[in-house]
Design a protein around this ligand. Structure first.
Ligand code: FES
Length: 406
């Protein structure tokens, strides 16, 4: 291989046109172009127009699909519907339509790019030897020229319609990725609805907060019951009438050294014991309580010898009922359920990052990344002997956020 001249003055480089600089860059990079062929060397070739038409069709599909995705995302009815509700089918189509339109948009964009490269970028076989060292001014200039050359020979510069479509499809594809993030942005201070099992929509409310309005709240035990099969003259069907997912608890329902996860249960949703009515359907309300993100509470019955060693937190001395202590199940680290109660040590463990809390010391963290105690729910027993909450938590439940003072 003959030696390539490497020392060029700025004036000499200025005198070269783009094609000469690109050729020089190829030589300086020890690249040998073994084969190069324009796709459509003759101007006005009808096959060129047909190839362009094909790519435009793919890009148009991509643009329309992306617009359809954004339209579905913004305007399609997305609120959950349940069996028997109007609009169930429309709601059921929401997620498939998002998937279909997004998939089609990306797929069509990908096909159009592949088609463009195959149909318009010159065919070329080039061989390059590797060499070390930093890039010189000469290299940088020639590399820029090569990129310019690639842009020119790709002919994209003179295909304005394709440029527009490609740009639009690219922008919309990016929007499809970014737009759904909008759904995650919410005003955390906005009260969205009346207090219920989900609080009022703010971070510091939950199913237990309703006690602030004087409503009695039972500690509901999850029975795990599901819809029951009924046989009738018109055939068999499943029904949740008479199925109580949450039932009230009495202190004697829990053995010493045991833990039970309980959920808020409002008097109007009680369907158990002497108040049981097989025709009532409170199942959906119970499921709302179970699905409330800050509702689960661990009701722990300490062994009486352990209960003697309890260290109460100031101001929470009467939060327990005898040996019964109730702590929020939502870890104060980043909100996992602290599901493991170890009766031997009276430790509550969070499986996510191994935080441990002491049930004998007002749920104080004693190991791991959690820095705050598990909030304690005041509990007592009502006149009928059922366990009820004796007030609201005195601090927000769950991980830290800016409103939290403790
Ligand atoms: S969420 Fe419980 S330790 Fe991290």
């Amino acid at each position: 291989m003959s030696e390539v001249k490497k020392n060029y003055s700025v004036e000499e480089l200025d005198r070269m046109n783009n094609a000469e600089l690109a050729a020089l860059g190829t030589e300086l990079d020890d690249v040998t172009v073994a084969y190069r062929k324009e796709r459509f060397p003759v101007e006005g070739d009808p096959r060129e127009k047909s190839a362009e038409r094909g790519i435009k069709i793919w890009l148009t599909i991509s643009v329309l699909s992306a617009l359809a995705f954004i339209g579905v995302y913004l305007f399609w009815p997305w609120e959950p519907k349940f069996h028997g509700d109007d609009g169930l089918w429309t709601y059921t189509l929401y997620t498939p339509l998002l998937g279909l339109t997004a998939g089609l948009a990306f797929c069509a964009l990908g096909v159009s790019i592949i088609q463009y490269v195959k149909k318009f970028v010159p065919e070329e076989i080039a061989v390059q030897r590797r060499h070390d060292g930093p890039s010189s001014e000469l290299d940088r200039r020639t590399t820029t020229a090569l990129l310019n050359d690639a842009w020119e020979t790709s002919t994209l510069g003179r295909r304005k319609a394709l440029q527009g479509l490609l740009g639009t499809a690219g922008v919309l594809a990016g929007l499809m990725v970014i737009a759904p993030l909008g759904g995650l942005i919410k005003n955390p201070w906005k009260v969205r609805h009346e207090l219920d099992y989900h609080g009022d929509g703010t971070l510091w409310t939950h199913g237990w907060t309703i006690q602030d309005k004087g409503v009695k709240v039972y500690l509901g035990r999850d029975t795990g019951a599901i819809a029951e099969l009924h046989e009738g003259e018109v055939g068999s069907h499943y029904s949740t009438a008479g199925v109580s997912r949450l039932v009230r608890m009495r202190p004697e329902d829990l053995a010493a050294a045991a833990m039970e996860t309980v959920f808020p249960l409002y008097p109007e949703d009680v369907n158990d014991g002497e108040d049981y009515d097989p025709a009532r359907d409170v199942y959906e309300h119970h499921m709302h309580s179970i699905h409330g993100p800050r509702n689960p509470v661990m009701l722990i019955r300490l062994r009486s010898q352990d209960a003697k060693r309890v260290v109460e937190r100031e101001g929470q001395e009467n939060f327990h009922y005898g040996d019964y202590y109730a702590y929020s199940k939502i870890c104060t680290h980043i909100g996992c359920p602290t599901s493991l109660y170890e009766a031997q040590t009276n430790r509550i463990l969070c499986p996510c990052h191994q935080s441990q809390f002491d049930a004998l010391q007002h749920g104080k963290p004693i190991f791991g990344p959690a820095a705050r105690a598990l909030p304690q729910l005041p509990v007592t027993v009502d006149e009928d002997g059922y366990l009820i909450a004796n007030g609201n938590f005195v601090e927000p439940v769950g991980p830290a956020f800016w409103e939290r003072q403790s």
